[in-house]
Design a protein around this ligand. Structure first.
Ligand code: ATP
Length: 359
């Protein structure tokens, strides 16, 4: 088992409230990603679960047992660090065996576990080497191995891929997922990389300034963000945001601003009721618009970015900038005037003050 419960978890460092009243249940066997920009409190949350950071208030439970005062060594939780934290003067074998030795596990059991983990990770031939003689990817695997041998109920990962180059990062991401499927242990994974979060998480927990903004499966968060912050943080290129005024005419509702007038289907307009002539933030993702001579958004092409599978056009719309994804076959030139039709089902609107999602 490995169910982790965070109850009103709070951490302050004097003036700075790093984590504020976080409530979260991480189910047994689940892969949960804590995602947010630098300084949002994700690492502090992870370190509190590991027992490396004292809790200011609230509780952490693992399978019903309160962990607050349990020594990190006795938590049945293993952490994989960003910088690998390997002992340079010990061989790979000894690095992997060290934690078990400290726990006085029998020698032959240690040997069995180290060799089994090395087999899973494909590093059997490296066991005699020292960390200084390993590549970044190999060191990362040793760090994973050191966690695996402990056979913990919960794995904690603190940005484990950020020191790897782009290609190795994608490869190791897949390996960690396979490992997770194989071991079926609960995993909590911290990253600021939204692609990592989208591709790895059963659920994503988006944090901002110490506060959970939204918890849900990746596609749910992508398609139905709880607020302006989440909408802007998830997705690359990011969702477009334009200042708009809500207009109601002949029983229809429109979002109107410089260079656009977007009608909303009746079933979606409810969220804007009572806001006629008020300001909102109109949000639309680059892939949720298409080129259309009759389109409701008009702009001028400023930059053309072909990325192979797609082309991204940066447009100027009423003085604001807007990115649209188009097919790679589309031929465009700078300065061209274009019209876009947004998918009405994918139009978002946010409260300009609170950031809350309206539609
Ligand atoms: P990063 O990705 O940069 O590590 P993060 O989301 O993991 O960011 P935390 O490291 O959890 O964020 O930090 C949250 C807040 O707490 C930040 O404002 C940070 O400056 C502050 N903080 C973290 N550790 C300490 C500390 N030991 N003393 C004082 N303030 C700290």
């Amino acid at each position: 088992m490995g169910e982790v419960l965070l109850e009103d978890l709070t951490k302050d460092f004097g003036e700075v409230i790093a984590v504020k009243e976080v409530n979260l249940t991480i189910h047994d066997g689940e892969f949960v990603v804590l995602l947010g920009p630098s300084g949002c409190g994700k690492t502090t949350t992870l370190r509190m679960i590991a027992g490396l950071e004292e809790i200011t208030s609230g509780r952490i439970l693992l399978d019903g047992r309160v962990l607050n005062d349990v020594h990190p060594r006795d938590r049945d939780i293993a952490m994989v660090f960003q910088n690998y934290a390997l002992y340079p003067h010990m061989s790979v074998y000894k690095n992997m065996a060290f934690g078990l030795k400290m726990r006085r596990v029998a020698k032959d059991e240690i040997d069995r576990r180290v060799k089994s983990a090395a087999g899973i990770l494909g590093i059997e031939t490296l066991l005699g080497r020292y960390p200084g003689k390993l590549s970044g990817g190999q060191r990362q695997r040793v760090a994973l191995g050191r966690a695996i041998v402990r056979d913990p109920r919960v794995f904690l990962f603190d940005e484990p891929l950020s020191n790897l180059d782009a290609k190795l990062r994608v490869q190791t991401r897949v390996e960690i997922l396979k490992l997770h499927q194989h071991l079926a242990a609960t995993s909590v994974y911290v990253t600021h990389d939204q692609v990592e979060a989208m591709t790895m998480g059963d659920r994503i927990v988006v944090m901002h300034e110490g506060v959970i903004q939204q918890v849900g499966p990746p596609m749910e968060i992508y398609q139905s963000p709880a607020n302006h912050f989440v909408a802007g943080f998830i997705g690359s290129p990011s969702m477009n945001f334009l200042s708009a005024t809500v207009r109601a005419e002949d029983g229809r509702t429109f979002l109107e601003g410089g260079g656009f007038r977007v009608p909303l289907p009746a079933e979606r307009a409810g969220g804007l009721e009572g806001r006629e002539n008020g300001e909102v933030v109109f949000g639309i993702r680059p892939e949720d618009m298409r080129l259309d001579a009759e389109g409701e958004i008009e702009g001028t092409v400023e930059i053309i970015e072909p990325v192979g599978s797609d082309i991204f056009l940066d447009l100027s719309v009423g003085g604001a900038s807007l990115t649209v994804r188009v097919e790679p076959s589309v031929r465009m030139s700078q300065g061209e005037r274009v019209r876009l039709h947004p998918d009405p089902a994918r139009v978002h609107a946010f409260d300009p003050e609170t950031g809350e999602t309206l539609i």
